[in-house]
Every structure is written in C-alpha cells, then in structure tokens.
Unconditional design. Structure first.
Length: 218
C-alpha cells in the first residue's frame, strides 16, 4: 500500500512540475517584432510621346484666270470656194492658232505675230497664193481668207484698223476693198482694241464657211 502511495505522489509531483513549467513559459514576454518594411512601389514613368513634326501646308495654287465671254460684238463669214485639201488644212491650222486669242484694251492685234511664220515644220502646206498679180504655190496658201474674214469682223465691231492691204487680183470670196492680204515679213493685218474691255477672237471653219467672231471678254 505504501508503495502505491509513493507512486501516486510521484505522479502528482511530476504533474505540478510540468504545470509550473508551462505557466512560466506562457508568461515570458514575447520578443518585440520589428515592423517589416513594405517593398517600395514601382512607379511607372510614362514614356514621352514622339514629337510630331508639323507638315507644312503647301500654299494654295492660283488657278489660271478664265475668260468669260459676255457677248458677241460681231460675226462675219466667207464662203470657201477653193476646197483643195492643203488649202483647207491651212485655213484650219491658222484658225486654231488664233482661236481664243484675247486682246486687251489699247492693245494691237497683229495677224503675222499671232499666227507666226508659215513654215512646213510648223504644219503649213503649199497651196495657191497670189504674188505680184500671179498665182503660185507657197506654204500657208489660203490663209488670206482667214485674215480677210477677220478684218471684216474687226471692222464691224468698230475696232481701229491699223494696217490692211488689198490683193493685187480678185479673190472671188470677197469684193475688192473688203479683203486683207498678208505675207509674213511684209504685209500684215493689224487692228487696235479701242474698247474699254478685253475682246476675244474666235476663228474656225464651219462646213464650207470661214467664220470670224469678235466677242466681249471680261
């Protein structure tokens, strides 16, 4: 019985010793924990946007001035009697060169200056011409009908005739005194725009007619 009591007491002692150790360990102050430093935040620096070089705006182009025709001052026609191919070709060529030519107020129109020298390299062909009372063949033959028709249109429009020559022979498509002979370097048709506004000249072949018009252009 005594032996049992000794064992019992020993167990109780062991229990209280363990209980004391546990209580002491829980009462010990815990070491102060240093606050952990948070990792520095990464700040994203915005990338600079590329500088756009301004594209220079090209200066506006000025369109060429247009000529507005406000009215016909005169119109004159002659009949093409000689319809040979080369002669009609010359009529068309000279008419196309003159067509649309604008004469400013006070300016003098010169047929030879505008049409230029009648040369084969410029497209003119040989056709009948009148030289010193004789008929022959030369480059630009026939364009006297263009100048004669234009002369009458200019006269009807009231323009000042500066230079005009008659043919030495009858030309049939106009009475004498109403024609205008031309020869590059010697005979010319010139008239002055006496209006206070620009005029526009139109010359063209229409069927069997040679047409010349003087129009008001502003």
């Amino acid at each position: 019985m005594k032996q049992v009591m000794k064992i019992f007491l020993f167990i109780i002692c062991i229990f209280f010793i363990n209980l004391y150790i546990i209580s002491c360990s829980t009462n010990q102050p815990k070491p102060e924990q240093k606050p952990q430093k948070s990792a520095p935040k990464t700040v994203e620096v915005p990338k600079p946007s590329p500088v756009k070089t301004p594209v220079p705006t090209p200066p506006p182009t000025t369109p060429p001035p247009t000529v507005e025709v406000n009215g016909i001052l005169s119109s004159f026609k002659t009949t093409i009697l000689d319809k040979s191919k080369d002669r009609v070709h010359n009529l068309n060529l000279a008419s196309q060169i003159i067509y649309g030519h604008v004469v400013q107020p006070g300016e003098i129109f010169s047929f030879n200056k505008v049409v230029g020298e009648r040369l084969p390299e410029r497209g003119f062909r040989k056709a009948i011409v009148i030289v010193k009372d004789k008929r022959g063949y030369d480059e630009g033959g026939g364009i006297c009908q263009v100048s004669s028709t234009l002369f009458n249109a200019a006269q009807q429009a009231g323009l000042e005739i500066i230079e005009r020559h008659s043919h030495s022979k009858d030309i049939h498509y106009l009475p004498q005194g109403q024609d205008a002979a031309i020869a590059y370097g010697s005979l010319d048709l010139k008239f002055k725009n006496t209006k206070n506004f620009p005029i526009k000249i139109e010359t063209y072949v229409e069927g069997d007619k040679m047409v010349a018009k003087i129009l008001r252009a502003e």
